[in-house]
Ligand binder design. Structure first.
Ligand code: UFG
Length: 336
């Protein structure tokens, strides 16, 4: 029997790619999204990519009555919970919004799942829970901390899931700690497209490459890294999406929860990412060195062994493929 998965936030960047990966893997999927950070045409595009109608319910994860209706109307086997706010800077300005959407949103979902007798959930966590790790690559056993309200919400959600799992062994949680998701689908039909000026590196570089933004500001070149600029573990969203499918497979098969890093295990500096994007776009891109961004850490990349061991997951796509797919998406989007 084909199992149906609910994707909260399924019209967003990672959710939409995971939708495609789930359909490819033989799952059925439905989307709940409030479109606060997703384009409405995403569902049409998902229909083009998958060649099948998309069920998308517009609504908020805090709306428990709506969640109850969804679980009554659909025979859902598991939930993947993407719906959350994710901009670090904004979280400092509007902490209550972040606490409410990210933490209260998770609680609303869990309460409704419990009423529906549904206990399997994949949760979008983040390498932000490591702060600046003492040891690299950072393993899942490293101490956790937070530097801002966004990071606090991810840590609080992880700890809440631990308490709940300990209280009732019907709950099985797959906690996925994403490193830096980038890139886009090969078709160029879905990708990351922030409405405002992007906070994150690759979407910012993409908008410099399309001349929508004048130049990249490199936030600091005096870090203790090979070229002085910040180093991160960028992961192609196609690999990340597959990681969700493998997490779900493992939960449904074993009935046992897991907490794993999803990254490539390789760190690249800001300037290395810029050079790779220049290769993809076929031109040099203007940048300036600017002061460090408050709250940034020098270097983070993940230990990927546990994801391999538990999920059989290994990222396959490299930095050039990440940049090429981003450029394919962003340059087409500009022309349509
Ligand atoms: N950077 C620039 N210029 C920019 C944007 C970023 O130089 O315009 C640099 C940053 O200083 C950093 C690197 O590029 O060295 C990556 O920055 P991002 O903002 O793309 O990503 P972060 O690693 O800071 O943050 C990401 C997610 C967070 C998450 C965090 C840790 O955006 O949600 O990873 O997992 F919390």
């Amino acid at each position: 029997m084909v199992q149906k998965i609910l994707l909260t936030g399924g019209a967003g960047f990672i959710g939409s790619h995971t939708y495609v990966a789930l359909k490819d893997a033989g799952y059925d999927a439905i989307i709940l999204d409030n479109f606060s950070n997703a384009r409405r045409n995403v569902t049409d595009r998902l229909e083009v990519i998958t060649g099948a109608p998309v069920t998308c319910i517009e609504g908020d994860v805090l709306d428990e009555a709506l969640l109850d209706r969804i679980f009554a109307d659909h025979d859902i086997a598991a939930v993947i919970h993407f719906a959350a706010l994710k901009a670090v800077g904004e979280s400092v300005e509007k902490p209550l919004d972040y606490l409410n959407t990210n933490i209260a949103g998770l609680y609303a979902l869990l309460r409704s799942m419990q009423r529906a007798d549904l206990f399997t959930l994949v949760f979008s966590s983040s390498a932000t829970v490591y702060g600046q790790p003492d040891e690299l690559p950072v393993s899942e056993a490293a101490p956790r901390s937070f530097n801002n309200p966004y990071g606090f919400t991810k840590l609080a959600c992880e700890q809440s899931l631990e308490q709940i799992a300990a209280s009732d062994n019907r709950w099985t949680f797959g906690v996925l700690r994403y490193f830096n998701p980038v890139g886009a689908h090969d078709t160029g039909l879905i990708g990351e497209d922030p409405n405002d000026i992007p906070n994150n590196l690759m979407p910012y570089i993409a908008k410099v490459a399309t001349d929508e933004l004048e130049q990249l500001s490199v936030w600091g070149d005096d870090y203790d890294t090979p070229d002085g600029t910040g180093v991160r573990d960028y992961i192609h969203v196609i690999d990340l999406a597959r990681g969700h499918v493998q997490s779900l497979d493992a939960l449904l098969k074993s009935g046992k929860g897991h907490v794993v890093n999803l990254g490539t295990g390789t760190g690249y500096s800001v300037l290395e990412v810029l050079r790779a994007y220049e290769r993809a776009a076929g031109r040099t891109l203007p940048y300036r060195i600017a002061p460090r961004r408050a709250g940034d850490v020098a270097c983070v990349y993940g230990d990927t062994r546990l994801a391999k061991e538990i999920l059989g997951f290994k990222a396959e796509l490299g930095l050039d493929q990440m940049c090429a797919s981003s450029w394919n998406w962003i340059s087409r989007r500009k022309n349509t």
